[in-house]
Design a protein around this ligand. Structure first.
Ligand code: DX5
Ligand code: ZN
Length: 231
């Protein structure tokens, strides 16, 4: 399968720490994006929540478009919404490079993943901690990325659920080597090394960056801890 070039860019940067903008200062979006670029992050993660698939409500296309105008970094959009098929084109037009849908949000992920790929975006599938990986069977051939949630989708600042580690190891066995494995939720200096050892390549981080005064130092420390050390 031919992967969208922008995902090759991300693949070249693994282990990649992707800040989740959910916890950023939206009143100073430009300053936040500049600080993250200066911190050397290889991409940005945007969490879209609809108040229905998840109890929380965040933002939609206008924020994705605003971030697109501010940066050339790859934009990874995590759709925590019902009926994602109704919004895929708008998110692509807003500037998303990768669109990840939740397997729990759709009856059949295949047509949505096909739709995403037909628009030239990377296509990802996400699953929450209680969802068995058997739910992914039948759609992995259409995925450029698999997002294993290490918290229940919906809120930043939750604790890491280690159930994600086994899932990462199992998914790695089920997909070709060029499919990216991403983990999201509770990633911090205390959890990132085990997530990396289990096969995660993209690490979504909210509080462990935005709760720190120095983003660059936080990103460097996390990236270092995610990089396999020579024995
Ligand atoms: C949860 C979101 C995450 C979250 C990450 O639904 O998808 O991206 O904001 O935040 P932390 O790192 O604080 O768990
Ligand atoms: Zn996310």
């Amino acid at each position: 399968m031919i992967r969208p070039p922008v995902l090759n860019r991300l693949r070249d940067s693994v282990p990649a720490v992707l800040p989740s903008l959910l916890l950023c200062d939206f009143g100073n979006l430009e300053r936040e994006v500049r600080c993250l670029e200066d911190a050397g992050v290889p991409g940005l993660h945007l969490d879209v929540m609809d108040g229905s698939f998840v109890p929380n409500l965040s933002y939609g296309m206008p924020i994705v478009a605003a971030v697109r105008r501010l940066t050339k970094l790859p934009i990874d959009v995590h759709l925590m919404i019902q009926r994602p098929q109704n919004y895929v084109r708008q998110f692509r037009d807003a500037g998303a490079d990768n669109l990840t849908i939740h397997v729990e949000a759709v009856e059949d992920p295949r047509p949505v993943l096909e739709q995403i790929r037909s628009l030239g975006c990377g296509a990802g599938i996400a699953l929450n901690p209680p969802t068995p990986i058997s739910r992914l069977e039948g759609c992995l051939d259409l995925c450029d990325l698999v997002l294993v949630m290490s918290v229940q989708a919906g809120f930043g600042g939750q604790s890491f659920n280690p159930v994600a580690l086994d899932k990462l190891r199992q998914v790695r066995e089920m997909v070709p080597p060029d499919v990216l494995l991403e983990i999201d939720g509770g990633i911090s200096p205390a959890t990132i090394t085990q997530a990396s050892a289990a096969g995660a390549q993209l690490f979504v981080v909210g509080s462990a960056i935005f709760g720190k005064p120095d983003y660059q130092q936080a990103v460097m420390e996390l990236t270092h801890l995610a990089t396999p050390q020579p024995v």
